[in-house]
Design a protein around this ligand. Structure first.
Ligand code: SR1
Ligand code: MG
Length: 409
């Protein structure tokens, strides 16, 4: 039985339909001026994520916006799974905070209404959700560098190296996010590692998954990763930084969907992001697609880590509050890498067999190819969870992937 969501009753809250969205958009920037000038405004609902309503609101003038509103339950599952609508505030506040460090990598927010659990933001229709683009074979040459910069800047600047103890703990309090954290604790770091009802397994992969469940090393390591996720308040994580949370083109990258933001282990976001690049590479490879595309995705994962690592080092050098002594720096960065690789493995497994699986794998029409691709992501994920504590370079994760790909081809 799920616990009731912790929301206080909000008298005026109601989920919008397209007419509500159009009417509302006419009352605030940027479309209020269009309404005042007699222009027409229309909305359509385009949310294809797991949680929220998303309306694109357009006008007969050169102005448009997006309204993002939280539903009081998990959209993917329905009203049987209540979920705090306060997540909309957390997403907006995290996005606004990040914008101080990396304004070019975030959508602009024009207006917020906590009572309706919504905010009005920039219409990014010129960009595409990166996951969908990657599935259709598009390339995003800036993606790795931009995500590395986003993560390094937002993480290190919210850590104890940049904030004094009081300021940091005030932020920790602001981003206490128990309901969304519980989703990750359960769906990423627990359920895929035993025979939970939320899992969905290709019949051909039953044995591969049962081996994972019976693997004592994997069970011990995932417990440690889960414990770190729950207890180690190092920096403000995005908390859900996968390719479905990023919009991009050849020239631009925007990070969205920060509603899972909270203070956690600093390697988590990069682990989650690189996992989704590796899943995409494995899916394309299993389908026999362009080898250069597969190579580019694997290279992007390595580049993400390398750029992130370099930027973190620079930021740590300039840290205003606490400079780690050079002798401690190596171990600190090594622990971050190992965490990232461990969470990368967990995310690969979860996106394959858990709730909220991904189109990279699910869109493979041929059942045999799909099962083979999934067997590979599970095998690689398990190997990364098992070996992350011995890794010293991100490239070792790729060697693990190459070995597993050989085994499953
Ligand atoms: C029940 S929510 C499932 C997933 O959707 C979100 O985008 C997060 O990835 C979460 O784990
Ligand atoms: Mg999301």
């Amino acid at each position: 039985m799920r616990e009731q969501s912790q929301d206080a009753v909000r008298d005026h809250y109601h989920p919008f339909d397209v007419r509500d969205a159009a009417r509302y958009a006419a009352t605030c920037p940027p479309l209020d001026t269009v309404a005042k000038a007699g222009g027409t405004i229309e909305a359509r609902e385009v949310g294809d994520g797991n949680l929220n309503l998303v309306f694109i609101v357009t006008s007969d003038r050169d102005a448009s916006c997006v309204i993002k509103q939280a539903l009081p339950y998990v959209r993917l599952v329905g009203e049987s799974w209540p979920l705090t609508i306060d997540r909309n505030r957390l997403e907006r506040e995290a996005t606004e905070l990040y914008a101080h460090a990396v304004p070019d990598l975030l959508p602009r927010i024009y207006h917020a209404d906590p009572d309706q659990a919504l905010f009005v933001m920039e219409d990014l229709s010129r960009l595409r959700i990166v996951r969908g683009g990657l599935v259709s074979g598009e390339r995003y040459p800036r993606l790795a560098r931009d995500i590395a910069r986003f993560s390094a800047e937002t993480l290190v600047r919210t850590s104890d190296f940049y904030l004094d103890g009081c300021a940091k703990k005030r932020l920790v309090r602001q981003f206490i996010n128990p309901e969304l954290c519980k989703i990750t604790e359960d769906l990423v770091l627990t359920d895929p590692f035993y025979d939970a009802a939320s899992n969905s397994i290709e019949p051909a992969n039953r044995a591969v998954v049962e081996e994972l469940w019976a693997d004592g090393r994997a069970q011990t390591n995932i417990a440690a990763l889960r414990y770190a996720f729950i207890t180690r308040a190092e920096a403000l994580l995005h908390g859900d930084l996968h390719t479905g949370s990023v919009m991009g083109s050849v020239t631009e990258t925007k990070v969205m969907d920060a509603e899972f933001a909270f203070f956690g282990p600093i390697g988590f976001d990069i682990g989650m992001f690189t996992a989704n690049l590796l899943i995409s590479a494995i899916a394309h490879r299993a389908q026999g697609h362009d080898r250069a595309l597969v190579r580019a995705l694997l290279d992007a994962a390595v580049e993400t880590w390398r750029e992130f690592h370099g930027r973190v080092e620079v930021l740590l050098d300039q840290a205003p509050v606490w400079k780690l002594p050079p002798a401690a720096r190596g171990e600190y960065m090594q622990a971050m890498l190992r965490d990232a690789i461990g969470y990368c493995g967990a995310e690969m497994i979860r996106r394959t067999i858990g709730l909220a699986r991904v189109s990279d794998l699910e869109s493979i029409a041929d059942a045999e190819v799909r099962a083979r691709a999934k067997a590979t992501t599970i095998t690689v994920g398990r190997a990364l969870v098992n070996s992350h504590l011995t890794m010293d370079r991100f490239e070792q994760a790729l060697s693990t992937l190459h070995q597993a790909t050989e085994t499953n081809s």
